[in-house]
Ligand binder design. Structure first.
Ligand code: AMP
Length: 548
């Protein structure tokens, strides 16, 4: 027997409709790519998204067509996002920090027919336009006064393009499983693969993420997604904020600490989300200038592990509650969050930090487990490492066009490629990416844990650990360190700091100092590049291989 309730499909357009109707005057503040700060609101944004929808239809975009965006977090990007998926087309958010050849590859793989682009990325597209035969037009996300000269064919000016369209355009009735967005994984192994979100998965994920025990967004909040919309949908905040009518602050192109800090303070932001490297630079700025955060209440940190020292500094020095979260493109972003559960015994300050260092417990809609190489379940004892497997209503069931073959096991679990422990309360702790874990004498050493301990040294700005070949142990850890400006650090200082803080057999065999650690387009340490750079590194006490 079916329930007798209204069949109200979970569509992304319903989020904007709701925000426009009940929170119409709530502000959306953008640091525009052109420079100035502009203000709009949900009612206006909803009308302009409808105008864009009309322009897309007039251009010939139909249900299922892929329309790409190469853009920072701005109100125009948000209009594009809702406008594209609102008519049943697929919004393909492209990461502009990828190599041009990768962008050409994914635009062709996605079969993008139209690209909406921020002016600074035009030269990038000019360089690859010849490789994009399917693209029929480029819409520059600006007004006539700021249109740059370009050699691209078929260029349109966004403001002119949408100006004459109907602000009351009626969203079509779509089935909630219709594809709404496409986001490619960074492709650290092999070619990037597309994750195809549906309206339903986006809405369900945003509802779950807004829960009080998760990020707990409310209408009185002012949310600033620092994490870009091209990095797993800005972790869902551009859906979650309008869903509750929170004020939104979109930081545009300026990701430097000074610009972000100014927005946090000027707009009285209460919630933000960013990868740890952003917090590293913000903390350094606040330490240098002796400033504080007057309104920020909580921050979600994910994308890579939040080091204990960073959590402690934000909580104790700046009074900000840290929500350490884990997720991936394939899980629609956030899937676990480190928030204590009811029924747990009261935690001391140190135990609270121990908990926050973990990536946390699954949100509703997500299930987790760990398995051994043969796929057998492993115990939740907080010590045993295993492959982290997930399932849920906002977890990928396949990659776009079936790339890479089936991704679910016989019981529907998705292998995340991460290695983790799970404690008896269900809190996941990521040990490593399966391919980054250091295999020493048949045992595993967590590069993440070593990095986190190393950055606790007051003179260390950033640290990375990779495995280096060892004749006896197979691999041993090499610690790569950037010293804080003005600090003279020695290998002995760093090793003395680690001594007693990590197991003896985890101690790095060597420490090297560098000026720069490479990061991927989504802010993760580029272990592949480091392994390549240090592939001939000879650990102390090991005879150098004879020259051929
Ligand atoms: P992406 O799909 O680019 O967001 O990358 C997802 C991967 O980032 C995960 O599989 C993890 O390896 C890593 N990751 C995300 N959040 C965390 C976290 N809080 N701690 C450690 N690793 C993380």
């Amino acid at each position: 027997m079916l329930g007798a309730m209204q069949d109200w499909p979970l569509l992304t357009s319903s989020i904007l409709d709701y925000a426009a109707r009940y929170h119409g005057t709530r502000e959306i503040v953008t640091r525009t790519v052109e420079g100035p700060i502009t203000r709009t609101d949900y009612a206006t944004l909803s009308r302009r998204a409808r105008q864009l929808a009309g322009a897309l239809r007039r251009f010939g975009i139909r249900e299922g067509d892929r329309v790409a965006t190469l853009a920072w977090n701005t109100h125009r990007h948000m209009e594009a996002w809702y406008g594209i998926s609102g008519i049943g087309a697929v919004c393909h958010t492209v990461n502009p920090r990828l190599f041009p050849d990768q962008i050409a590859y994914i635009a062709n793989h996605a079969e993008d027919t139209l690209i909406l682009v921020d002016p600074p990325f035009l030269p990038l597209l000019e360089g690859i336009a010849a490789q994009l035969p399917r693209v029929r037009g480029y819409v520059v996300l600006t007004d006539r006064a700021h249109m740059p000269a370009t050699t691209l064919p078929g260029v349109l000016c966004y403001e002119e393009w949408i100006a004459g369209e109907d602000a009351d355009f009626a969203w079509p009735a779509l089935a909630e499983r219709t594809a709404s967005g496409l986001c490619y994984t960074s492709g650290t192994t092999g070619k990037p693969k597309g994750v195809l979100y549906s309206h339903r998965s986006c809405v369900v994920h945003a509802l779950a993420t807004n829960g009080a025990d998760v990020v707990g967004l409310r209408s009185i909040d002012c949310a600033m997604p620092i994490v870009p919309m091209y990095h797993v949908n800005a972790w869902g905040i551009v859906y979650g904020a309008p869903m509750v009518g929170a004020k939104l602050v979109l930081p545009g192109a300026r990701m430097d600490a000074e610009s972000l800090y100014a927005l946090l303070e000027d707009e009285q932001v209460t919630f933000t989300a960013a990868v740890p490297t952003i917090w590293l630079s913000l903390i350094q700025l606040m330490e240098r200038t002796g400033t504080q955060l007057s309104s920020l209440e909580r921050v979600a940190i994910g994308g890579s592990a939040a080091p204990r020292g960073m959590i402690e500094t934000l909580e104790r020095t700046y009074g900000v509650r840290v929500l350490h979260a884990w997720g991936m493109t394939e899980t629609s972003s956030l899937a676990t969050i480190s928030v204590a559960k009811g029924g747990m015994p009261p935690l001391s300050a140190e135990q609270q930090l121990d908990l926050q260092v973990k990536q946390g417990r699954p949100i509703y809609t997500v299930l987790t487990k760990i398995t051994d190489d043969a796929g057998r379940d492993l115990p939740w004892d907080g010590r045993t490492f295993g492959h982290l497997m997930v399932k849920g209503s906002a977890v990928a069931s396949a990659y776009f066009k079936g790339e890479g073959g089936p991704v679910l096991d016989a019981d529907g679990w998705f292998d995340t490629g991460d290695v983790a422990t799970v404690d008896p309360d269900g809190f996941v702790q990521i040990t490593d990416r399966a391919k980054d874990v250091i295999k020493s004498g048949g045992e595993w050493i967590s590069s993440i844990e070593l990095e986190n301990v190393a950055v606790g040294h007051p003179g260390v700005a950033e640290a990375a650990v990779i495995g280096v070949a060892h004749p006896k142990w197979d691999e041993r850890p090499l610690l790569i360190v950037i010293a804080k400006p003005g600090q003279t650090l020695t290998k002995e200082d760093v090793l003395a700091y680690l001594d007693g803080r990590v197991a003896k057999w985890w101690m790095p065999d060597d420490v090297v100092f560098v000026d720069d650690i490479p990061h991927t387009a989504t802010g993760k340490i580029q272990k592949i590049a480091l392994r390549e750079r240090f592939k001939d590194h000879v650990l102390p006490g090991i005879a150098k291989p004879a020259a051929p």
